[in-house]
Every structure is written in structure tokens, then in C-alpha cells.
Ligand binder design. Sequence first.
Ligand SMILES: [Fe+2]
Ligand SMILES: [Fe+2]
Length: 170
Amino acid sequence: MARAKLDKHFSSKEAVWHYGADVLDSEIYSQCACYIQHGNTSVREHSISVAMTSVAIARRLPFKFAYSSLVRGSLLHDFFLYDWHDKEKPIDNHALGHASRALENAAQWFSINPLEADMIKKHMFPLNITPPKYRETVILTIADKICSFKETFEIGAHRHEHKTISNVLK
Ligand SMILES: [Fe+2]
Ligand SMILES: [Fe+2]
């Protein structure tokens, strides 16, 4: 795992598209646009916001980070691939269990390293009580909570791309 400072010419958004291109361009990941995470925000929009926020936080800190993993782990942290709001198909224990499901899916569809696995598995800390092993996981737990709060209360709503099920599948 190579840690470095982020190239100052990259914006946080550019860093997400640079390091997360294989995830963002994949067909399976596009399914995340079909599921709502919080409020009117899809899982894909949420995950992109979290990745951008993770990069924005990390680059302000006086430490080096593994930016490729920071982006990929952030993009995949909620890669659970179901609608947890669907009352006709209730999901057992979504709050505590979705991190493990996201990790299973991420490992199945993408090549992920131990740091990225730690980020995905532990992003719900302290709800999931196992503490983060890496500084990138700590950043993700913070970024996820900031974005979740904003989306739930629709603060500063911004949309990277909004896709309904019908226009994703057409
Ligand atoms: Fe989550
Ligand atoms: Fe999340």
C-alpha cells in the first residue's frame, strides 16, 4: 500500500474519477443508481459524495494517504445491491449487516486489497464495534456520516447524476 500526498492538480472530484474509473464505469456498479440510500439520494450518488468528501478531508490533513484505496473503498462501502426500503422484500438487519454484504459483493466483482476491505467492512463504526485498522477507514467513517446527515436532511442537495430505474435499464 503506497501512501502519498494527493497531486495538487487534482480536484477531489477528478481524483474520484481517476482512481475509481474501473468501479464507476462498470455495469454492475451502475445498479447502485437504482436504489435509494437516503432521502432522494441514490446509493451511487451517496457513494460518489462520500468518496469526494473522503478525499477532501484527507487532503487537508498533514498525513499521506493511499488515495486509490481511499476512493475505491469509499465508492464500494455501500455496494449491497438491494433496496433496503422495499417493504415487500424486507432485509434482515440492514443497519448492521450491509457492510458485510457490500464487502462480499466488492470482492466478487472487483479486485480489492486488505485496506479497501477494512474500509468497507468497518465503515459503520462505532455501530459495528470493530474499530478501523487504517487511517483511510477512519476518514471514510467520518465522510459517510457527514454525507448521510446532509442527504437525510437534504442540506445543500447536489446531484452528480440522477438515474431512475427506467433510464438505467433502457
Ligand atoms: Fe453504509
Ligand atoms: Fe454510506
